[in-house]
Design a protein around this ligand. Structure first.
Ligand code: NAD
Ligand code: ZN
Length: 250
């Protein structure tokens, strides 16, 4: 893969990096994306499982589905793309990961600044008193939804469901980081889920350099400064190699 001189120059001069990621970055770890030909939503209707109403109507079924997804995720590991981003931290003032993923793989790969716009499937909380439930009594074999020890409320996964608002503090901070970034990498996202997709748009509007990595063209390709098409696990290590060369030779 050949990178243009203008792209390499942007890397040399960059200090603040934002990496905006979607389900595609975890595809090579073996976690299916939602859209696309093998996407989960082609087989199940999202509103039947991933909404608060669905949960109230059939809490055990929704809980079991999340336990199933968790058990899949536990068996998987971060891939070369996640690890390349972690290593990038050595070469820039700040690398912030803003992710739409709930799979916890960025944290498992050791990234230090992770902003989860849609929550984290490893966490849970009580729908009544909002107490967090992150480990106790939530064994994966547990097929029935657990109840809160304090108030008896149902325990739900700490993910953003259809119709719910994003965590406002996380979103606001992500917008701020995007606006002040020098480069915004956009990796493995179809960029059609709003408001999350405002993050790369805001970065571009504020003058950041938009670098897209995806296996195919997306909504963002038109406005990206650079697009590299291929698997994230192949391309990110190559970009990291360039970063190492440029940032250690100064
Ligand atoms: P998406 O499923 O809509 O799109 C995935 C994108 O990744 C597509 O553009 C596809 O071309 C690209 N892609 C697939 N394999 C790739 C690879 N190896 N390298 C680079 N790109 C690749 O995902 P989205 O944009 O993140 O939106 C879906 C929503 O679903 C998000 O809100 C997210 O919360 C949720 N989700 C999360 C996970 C997860 O946590 N791993 C998995 C599925 C869905
Ligand atoms: Zn409670």
């Amino acid at each position: 893969m050949n990178f243009t001189d203008s792209f390499l120059k942007r890397i040399t001069n960059a200090e603040k990096i934002v990496v905006f990621t979607g389900a595609g970055i975890s595809a090579e770890s073996g976690i299916p994306t939602f859209r696309g030909k093998d996407g989960i939503w082609n087989k199940l209707k999202p509103e039947e499982l991933a909404s608060f109403n669905a949960f109230l109507k059939n809490p055990d079924m929704v809980w079991e589905w999340y336990q199933h997804r968790r058990s899949i995720i536990h068996e998987k590991s971060p891939n070369a793309a996640h690890y390349s981003i972690t290593e990038m931290e050595k070469y820039f003032d700040k690398v912030s990961v803003v992710t739409q993923n709930v799979d916890n793989l960025h944290r498992r790969a050791g990234n230090n600044n992770v902003y989860e716009l849609h929550g984290n499937i490893e966490r849970n909380y009580c729908i009544e008193c909002k107490r967090p439930y992150n480990d106790s009594g939530l064994e994966l074999e547990n097929k029935q939804v657990p109840k809160c020890d304090y108030c008896g409320g149902l325990i739900r996964p700490d993910v953003v469901w259809f119709g719910e608002v994003l965590p406002q503090d996380v979103f606001a901070e992500s917008e701020r980081l995007a606006a002040e970034s020098d480069i915004c990498f956009v990796i493995g996202t179809s960029a059609v889920v709003y408001p999350a997709a405002y993050i790369p748009l805001g970065a571009k509007q504020a003058g950041s350099c938009l670098v897209e990595i995806n296996i195919e063209e997306t909504e963002l390709s038109q406005i990206a400064d650079y697009s590299y098409f291929g698997a994230a696990g192949k391309i990110m290590p190559k970009i990291l190699d360039e970063i190492k060369k440029l940032k250690t030779s100064i």
